[in-house]
Ligand binder design. Sequence first.
Ligand SMILES: *Cc1c(COP(=O)(O)O)cnc(C)c1O
Length: 241
Amino acid sequence: MSDIIHNLNQVTQNIKTVALECGRDPEEIKLVAVSKRFPVSAIETGLKAGHNLFGENYIQEAAEKYDQLTNSGETNARIHFIGHLQSNKTKTAAAISSMIETVDRLKLARVLNKHLVALNKNLDILIQVNIGKDHNKSGVFPEDAQDLLQAIKDEKLTNLSIRGLMTMPPITPDAEEARPFFRNLRQLSQDLAEKSLFTDNQKIELSMGMSSDYHVAIQEGATLVRVGTAIFGQRPVLEKA
Ligand SMILES: *Cc1c(COP(=O)(O)O)cnc(C)c1O
């Protein structure tokens, strides 16, 4: 068995174990296998093992893989876009993604919706929150999240469904240090749901947790964990163009 398949099974099993230990239904938690910087063959291996949800960070790279998969007749792969999204790349992002997890400003939501209307496609999105207020990170600050959600709601962007929140806490050596950030994101999602700011306020998605801390994120309520290294191994360094 390839390492990727072995690791996928291992992470899937870990998710179940942690969920059951903290009294959650494992079915509530989806694994986004983050395949950024790995070739399309890594995705194909995952698909063969029955896993079809992948995370990508770079639009051009994601679009190339999407085309390769489509050209080989593969239709099961679903891509969550989890990278920083520039407005001029939203057309491609809208076309290839099954979810965009990193919407953090009104303009982006607006432009995305315009492309989605043209594509006649509805898209699930998450609002990226900069929960640690780290100036090097994208995402709306937690205190500004309500205004952003309200603004998006007021615009009546017909082809966007706001499913929940996503975050990347500050990188810390100890996974436990991420716990308060995960907890804060969950609390924020509950406050926003009480104000009916999501498309479905009964079922909120929380995308949080990566290879080093997904167990903590699940204990704090994650419904999507984004795991790369623990599945695919160390990422190749970025090639210079
Ligand atoms: C790369 C990346 C991940 C995966 O990180 P690992 O530590 O490799 O699991 C998750 N989320 C985002 C937003 C990423 O950019």
